[in-house]
Design a protein around this ligand. Sequence first.
Ligand SMILES: Cc1cc2nc3c(=O)[nH]c(=O)nc-3n(C[C@H](O)[C@H](O)[C@H](O)COP(=O)(O)OP(=O)(O)OC[C@H]3O[C@@H](n4cnc5c(N)ncnc54)[C@H](O)[C@@H]3O)c2cc1C
Length: 369
Amino acid sequence: MTELTKNKPIIIVGGGLAGLYTALQLEQLAIPYRLFEAKDKLGGRIYSEPPSDASLCHDLGPTWIFPHHHLMQTLVAQLGERLFQQYIAGAMIYQTNINTKPQIIEQGQGPLLHRVEGGLYQLILSLQAKLSPSNYQLNCQVDSLKKRGDNWQVVVKNNKDASIAVHETEHLILALPPRMIHQYLTPQNWASEALNTVLASVPTWMASQAKFVATYHKPFWREQGLAGQAFSRCGPMIEIHDASAKEQQGFALFGFIGLSSQAIKDLSVEQVKALCIKQLSLLFGKQAENYHCCYLKSWGNDTYVATANDIIEPPAHPFFDIKSFLPELSSLKLYLAGSEFAQEDAGYLEGALQAADSAIRLLKKNVMT
Ligand SMILES: Cc1cc2nc3c(=O)[nH]c(=O)nc-3n(C[C@H](O)[C@H](O)[C@H](O)COP(=O)(O)OP(=O)(O)OC[C@H]3O[C@@H](n4cnc5c(N)ncnc54)[C@H](O)[C@@H]3O)c2cc1C
């Protein structure tokens, strides 16, 4: 297998969870590969601003691992990371409008959701540590793809100095959402009309969301018998949860912001943060104003996650019927590993692992026969 791919390493596009998990499997199989990631850090939608204590990251992308997400739970254990339960003890708050007192609802519970101690970004750091640094390149945006006989020509633009490099490979793994493939990877050059159309139509899960996190020295809401959970009809945050990085450390609250991506863009970061803190103060009391740090991430304004359609369409679960395209993908030696390509749990973290597993299974079959 190594002989077959020695001169032309397999190329992986995208360094989010799906790309890194795929890379880990190739490392373990001793199959040479190169991974290109457009941003200056790995992780994709798994993202945290660097905190002062790297063991206490706060998730600005995904947070929860659901009870049936077994691949994720296994990966967390394999990487030596630990899970804890989302804090939900205590009352929740319901805010109808800014002129009436928010309503306290006792026993406002939810499903038991798992979280990674220190934030999901710990998984990315652990995965990254298992990869050989010479196998992945940051700031490398794949700009176009061409099929030349048996080979792919992968045009890579360095986002730092705008230099262009062309790489060749026989087997190509795309670990990014369908709409990102459509946006950057020129499927009009190599895909059938049907595949090209479907790539443009499958939405990217949570692509238009924005998240706000405020960190605190003390969990003052817990001390008042509150779960840190709130639902609001007036915003700017429409859903708020306890976002502490560990059970009894790195205390924080996070909220999904209900403003459109354009409205967030039209305000300054400081203005949006101030609006969120004001809302937290209204809901949880004045202590909310004594935050330690606060962070904002608008995914709708991230050009490597959201397209114009993701921003204007209502959120929808992705579904890509991979079976219809298997003959075409197989003849192209193209493997689709991003979460949105999973046949179950598409768009979720679990979907990223499922899609990556399927891609690796197909690749092994093609490379070995
Ligand atoms: C706000 C938010 C909350 C979420 N909450 C949850 C949750 O609680 N639980 C859950 O299970 N899931 C959740 N999700 C979904 C979860 O984040 C995704 O399922 C998962 O991270 C997808 O991983 P991926 O590797 O498939 O894609 P991505 O993480 O999108 O990775 C794709 C990578 O490709 C890179 N890229 C894009 N274009 C190019 C290019 N041209 N060249 C090179 N690189 C490129 C991107 O920069 C990115 O790093 C949430 C998502 C968001 C945004």
